[in-house]
Design a protein around this ligand. Structure first.
Ligand code: RIB
Length: 303
């Protein structure tokens, strides 16, 4: 059982504020922390804690931030043998503001992530059951990662976040697409975010093959997996929200691990949904990823 994850590694500088600042406003923070992050790294930690073997294809700078992040990921048992290191780029940094309701605003300085090339991609012989990627690293590299020839026999999952309209060219080469409401609005060219399950089913327009699926995460509305000929919805699990940062990554990483372990999308959906809910109860992104045991316990308690 193994998942190959291509994606970003960031050091998150997390600032806690009562309210997120409006344009031109200055606000005072109650605390600041350095935490492990980056959509790729968060998904890798979520998938590892869900019980799969993880290899990460990623890039960091040859700096102290990169060394710290390598240590954090190795502590989770993540294989970093395909990591690229750049002496003349800094490790990615994300400036994350979190308000008292757990909502966030994030600015990412990509650094080495923007230079992640195709050099260390797994060969077809190294193919695993699942490949997972997001969009904080170059689209060309993602395209090579999902290339049908190179990824034969692999379940290809794209979490198309953050929304990058040019990424739509990748959709034909993936088997499962994961987007949130904001991202779906961008990819469908909508003027407002889909809020209901029926509105989320408009995601069907992104499918190009009958064997594809798209999952739309709806925050408090849960998640819906849409096929050409139907859909499967799970409601959100109620929690005490502390910080929503990384919840989408938790969902994508957990889902990839569960599919790697042989579950169908429909079987994996409620478990990944519960994992994402648990993730919001703890501060930070990568550190907040729950273990499989914690998720199972929460599901039992909720039943
Ligand atoms: O999805 C949350 C992540 O987005 C943060 O960890 C931050 O690093 C940015 O990549």
């Amino acid at each position: 059982m193994a998942v190959q994850i291509l994606g970003s590694i960031n050091v998150d500088r997390v600032v806690s504020v009562a309210s997120l600042p409006k344009a031109g406003e200055t606000v005072l923070a109650s605390s600041v922390a350095r935490l492990a992050g980056g959509k790729g790294a968060n998904q890798a930690v979520a998938a590892a804690r869900m019980g799969s073997e993880i290899t990460m294809i990623a890039a960091v700078g040859a700096d102290s931030a990169g060394a710290w992040m390598r240590g954090e990921l190795q502590r989770e048992g993540i294989d970093l043998s395909a990591l690229q290191m750049f002496a003349d780029s800094a490790t990615g940094t994300a400036y994350v503001m979190v308000d008292r309701h757990g909502e966030n605003q994030i600015i990412v300085v990509p650094g080495a992530n923007a230079r992640l090339g195709t050099g260390n991609l797994p060969s077809p012989a190294e193919t695993t059951r699942v490949r997972l990627c997001q969009l904080e690293t170059p689209i060309e590299t993602a395209a090579a990662f999902f290339d049908p020839g190179a990824a034969r026999g692999t379940r290809r999952i794209l979490n198309a976040a953050p929304a990058v309209p040019e990424a739509a060219r990748l959709f034909a080469d993936v088997d499962l697409l994961i987007v949130n409401q904001t991202e779906l609005a961008v990819y469908l060219g909508l003027t407002s975010r889909p809020e209901t399950v029926a509105e989320a089913c408009a995601a069907r327009a992104l499918l190009t093959r009958p064997d594809q699926q798209v999952i739309v995460t709806l925050g408090p509305g849960g998640a819906v997996a849409v096929r050409i000929d139907g859909y499967c919805h799970v409601p959100a699990m109620p929690t005490q929200v502390v910080d929503t940062t990384g919840a989408g990554d938790c969902f994508a990483g957990s889902l990839a691990a569960l599919i790697d372990q042989g579950l169908t999308v429909e079987q994996a959906l409620p478990i990944a949904n519960a994992a994402a809910a648990l993730c919001t109860t703890t501060r930070g992104a990568a550190p907040a990823m729950p273990t499989r045991g914690a998720v199972d316990a929460a599901l039992i308690a909720a039943s």
